[in-house]
Write a protein that binds this ligand. Structure first.
Ligand code: PMT
Length: 404
């Protein structure tokens, strides 16, 4: 029996836009289906000038959707249904016009509208003349969508249909498949419960003040998203953050370390626990019901008492989950991380440098991952990318532990 690939059973909306490279989309559909994916094609009007919807329909085995306001199409697979149906949206080739539409949240055609409506990850494979590609407007649009987590595949450099040579060619269909296989997580965690903690904790001093930290929750939310994409049932316990709940994730909001501890205590069975929250180690010993007065009370030292170590408590469970901790360090990252892994009895630890512009709050990160018999460096990348790479390592180590 052949081993399942990450594309096996995945529902892919393939967006095809107006580019001479649109003909390569035919081969792409064939290869996606060969990998086990189910494909629905959405074409822009301009794309249909380069390749016929009939070709794409025949190859994909599904009607091609093109128009946003077509009564028949809307009743069968309108943009909302397609947006919900998709596990992934891949736009190949993606024209400069479509990239601009995505960057500005336009909904002038079915494809851009469904991209706005979907919670599925979106990947684009740009194809255009090299001058259009390097134009500041295109590059700005690209930076905008990449910041929102859209993945950009290619483009390649070489001879162009316009007779020029340069960057802007669509990646070959085989290369696109290779890149997708690397990006898409296999649904190996289906039937497993993953609990992720994220964000800071706020330890109240009085009704208006608290002890907190700079965690935004971005790393933990990205990990919860990746775990859901890997098919797990995900419970995300988060401190106060300003982030939307990822799709297919059950969210529990807490404020303090004690509340986070209690929320986790209520979860009976956990297969994988990932402690990404920046939990305050201490809380004020006393909470003042009325606001402390600046002149007198706030000048006195705030007495603190130690919070429970949540991740260490999870490690003491009778049925111990696979436990991944994080270590936020400003120096000597490797030694501190390894020490935390041993002390807290973790299966794996992901360490990150924190400080000005590092780790906390920002969209990117670098992770140094350690486990008993190995280590990996996940270099600087968007937190969404890192979360997927970390999830792959977790799945590998989890499998290895359970088959040992
Ligand atoms: O949220 P972002 O802005 O995206 O930033 C991400 C991050 C920098 C917060 C994240 O990547 C990170 O490093 N999280 C862990 C921060 C932290 O508290 O590290 P620590 O070294 O103090 O704690 C070590 C481990 O013990 C962590 O898994 C932590 O969740 C856990 N812990 C700590 C204290 C405590 N009382 N209970 C715990 O469970």
């Amino acid at each position: 029996m052949t081993e399942q690939t990450p594309l096996d059973g995945k529902k892919i909306v393939l967006g095809v836009t107006g580019s001479i490279a649109a003909y390569k989309a035919a081969d792409l559909v064939r290869l996606l289906i060969k990998e086990g994916a189910e494909v629905k094609v959405v074409m822009t009007q301009a794309a249909s000038e380069f390749i016929t919807p009939l070709t794409m329909q025949t190859l994909s085995g599904s009607p091609v959707a093109m128009t946003l306001l077509d009564a028949d199409e809307e009743s069968t697979m309108g943009h909302i249904q397609l947006a919900r149906w998709a596990d992934w949206v891949l736009i190949a080739p993606a024209s400069a016009n479509t990239l601009a539409g995505l960057a500005h949240g336009r909904t002038e055609d079915l494809l851009t509208a469904l991209c706005l409506a979907t919670t599925a990850p979106i990947a684009v494979a740009p194809a255009m003349n090299n001058k259009m590609w390097s134009n500041e407007a295109t590059q700005n649009n690209l930076a905008t969508i990449a910041d929102r987590g859209v993945l950009v595949l290619g483009p390649a450099t070489g001879e162009q249909a316009c007779g020029e040579h340069g960057e802007g060619r669509l990646l070959e269909p085989e290369q696109l498949i290779t890149e997708l296989l690397h990006l898409i997580l296999p649904t190996k965690l289906s039937g497993k419960r993953v609990v992720v903690t994220a964000g800071p904790t706020h330890e109240p001093i009085d009704p208006v003040r608290f002890i907190g930290n700079r965690s935004s929750g971005k790393m933990g939310f990205a990990i919860a998203t990746a775990a859901a994409q890997a098919g797990a049932e995900v419970i995300l316990i988060t401190g106060p953050v300003a982030l939307a709940t990822p799709p297919e994730v059950q969210r529990v909001d807490v404020e303090t370390a004690q509340q986070m501890f209690e929320a986790i205590e209520k979860i009976e069975q956990i297969d994988i626990f990932i402690g990404c929250a920046a939990v305050a180690d201490y809380r004020p010993e006393q909470y003042s019901e009325s606001k402390l007065k600046k002149a007198v009370e706030t000048q006195r030292a705030i007495q603190v008492t130690e919070n429970k170590d949540i991740i260490a408590a999870v490690a003491q469970r009778q049925v111990k989950p696979f436990i991944v901790g994080f270590a936020a360090e400003t120096d000597d990252i490797i030694n501190y991380a390894k020490d935390k892994m041993e002390r807290k009895q973790l299966d794996m630890i992901a360490a990150n440098l924190v400080g000005k512009g590092l780790g906390f709050g920002v969209d990117t990160n670098t992770l140094y991952v350690f486990w008993q018999q190995g280590e990996a460096l996940l270099p600087l990348a968007l937190k969404s990318h890192l979360a997927r790479d970390l999830m792959r390592l977790i799945i590998d180590r989890y499998d290895a532990k359970n088959s040992a």
